[in-house]
Design a protein around this ligand. Structure first.
Ligand SMILES: Nc1ncnc2c1ncn2[C@@H]1O[C@H](COP(=O)(O)OP(=O)(O)OP(=O)(O)O)[C@@H](O)[C@H]1O
Ligand SMILES: [Mg+2]
Length: 419
């Protein structure tokens, strides 16, 4: 139980951390990409601007000096392309020119492919006349840019992974430390419950034995009123004994040894219980029936499983009024055994359903002293089911009835059932 809580704590902690780190990484990536891209574009614009000085009009003919910029100022990743005022290409220099058509003034173009190429177009204006001479498009391969981004991605990804690994280890140690006192006090509480209920048993047994002796005396020795008092003491004592036994059982459930487990036939176990409860059902005029599969092999503790289903059947009979029905159906669904205990009893509201498995919880109307229960029956049933890696679910409607569904893993030993 505590391991599951620890794991859940650690997992949610890591999830939170991972989302914070991802948001951080995405922000860094976006800002960095934007700044780098801007830098490239600005450099290209400056290069293009420089190259416009080479365009000049000679006898109405647009000319440009091919030797500018010199190979030293234009490195091997950059290129220039000159256009006339009508946008016709009149010459280029360098490897990475764009094949895209010329776009307008200051347009930034990025061409996909390997490598990606970015180009910036600037206008060339005749300084004397102010006339538009043409355009220069400076471009450059984005190889280096992409390379830098890739390194950044690796850096961020690696950093996040290492950070998560480290905090996973640290978190595991911390949650263990934080849970330790809670686990200890829980264990102490359970030990106390076990000890207390164990210690209560002997005096209660003594009271019960003495009351039985007193009740066995012939009528003449006691007055009539005394008999009733003794019977009340006997009934209260047996209730208290039941309660202490339930408490002891719950306190020990987590520790019951697996070696008492055996492959058993759940169908037989249920049939036995139906036979056992038949007289009680007949007394209340309730039709108690079993149906479904005849052989359902299951690995488990027979005594505890009997207790689980006895609690459910007893409830169904208890909370169903005379003339009703209680049906027990069991079958195999895939790798699971599904047992449904359905009654036509008083039912429960949805608020009541939420609390029905709580220890000591009883619906208001069943709280009377006469009905005897302590509200531990379903808590015990659930603890047993969970100990067998099973579940109990319940559906109910007030005045219509309730249906408790128990799911338990079927034994893989198939039809080899020990009876
Ligand atoms: N089949 C049912 N139909 C209607 N209400 C039910 C049914 N089963 C359980 N309940 C409600 O759930 C409550 C808790 O049940 P639970 O078996 O835990 O305790 P209990 O029967 O009151 O006492 P005990 O500890 O003796 O079993 C009951 O008091 C009752 O109000
Ligand atoms: Mg009960």
């Amino acid at each position: 139980m505590f391991k599951a809580i620890r794991d859940r704590l650690l997992l949610s902690y890591l999830l939170v951390l991972a989302s914070i780190l991802s948001v951080f990484a995405i922000a860094v990536r976006v800002v960095f990409t934007h700044a780098l891209s801007q830098q490239v574009t600005e450099k290209l614009a400056a290069l293009g601007q420089g190259a416009t000085a080479n365009l000049e009009l000679e006898d109405g003919q647009l000319k440009f000096e091919r030797d500018f910029p010199t190979s030293s100022s234009i490195d091997r990743d950059r290129a220039l392309e000159w256009f006339d005022a009508q946008g016709r290409s009149i010459g280029k220099q360098g490897r990475y020119t764009l094949t895209l058509p010329l776009a307008g003034q200051n347009a930034v173009q990025t061409q996909a492919g390997t490598p990606r190429i970015r180009g910036v177009t600037v206008r060339a204006i005749d300084s004397d006349s102010g006339r538009l001479l043409g355009y220069v498009r400076a471009s450059q391969s984005l190889d280096e840019f992409d390379e830098t981004l890739k390194k950044l991605d690796w850096g961020l990804g690696g950093g996040i992974t290492i950070a998560l690994l480290l905090s996973g280890v640290g978190g595991a140690i911390l949650t263990r430390q934080a849970m330790q006192p809670i686990e200890q006090s829980f264990d102490r509480l359970k030990q106390f419950t076990a000890d207390a209920s164990h210690e209560l048993r002997s005096p209660l047994m003594a009271i019960q034995a003495n009351v039985e002796v007193a009740l066995a005396y012939p009528e003449g020795i006691r007055s009539k009123g005394d008999t009733e008092k003794f019977e009340a003491i006997a009934s209260a004592t047996s209730q208290t004994i039941g309660l202490t036994e339930d408490l002891l059982f719950l306190a020990r459930t987590d520790h019951f040894p697996d070696r008492e487990w055996q492959v058993l036939n759940l169908a037989d176990l249920l049939d036995d219980l139906v036979r056992l409860y038949q007289p009680q059902a007949e007394r209340k005029n309730i039709c108690l029936q079993a149906s479904g599969s005849r052989a359902l092999s299951l690995l488990g503790d027979a005594d505890r499983l009997r207790r689980l289903f006895a609690n459910l059947i007893a409830n169904a009979l208890h909370y169903t009024s005379s003339g009703g029905r209680v049906e027990i159906d069991r079958r195999l669904a895939g790798k699971q055994i599904v047992v449904r205990i359905e009654d036509t009893g008083i039912g429960m509201s949805s608020e009541q359903l939420e609390r029905v498995f709580d220890r000591f919880w009883r619906a208001e109307e069943s709280r009377s002293y006469q009905s005897g229960g302590s509200g531990l029956g379903l808590a015990i049933a659930l603890a047993i089911a969970q100990n067998h890696q099973g579940t109990i679910t319940v559906t109910s409607q007030i005045g219509v009835g309730s249906c408790f569904t128990v799911r338990l893993p079927a034994s893989s030993q198939g039809s080899e059932v020990r009876r």
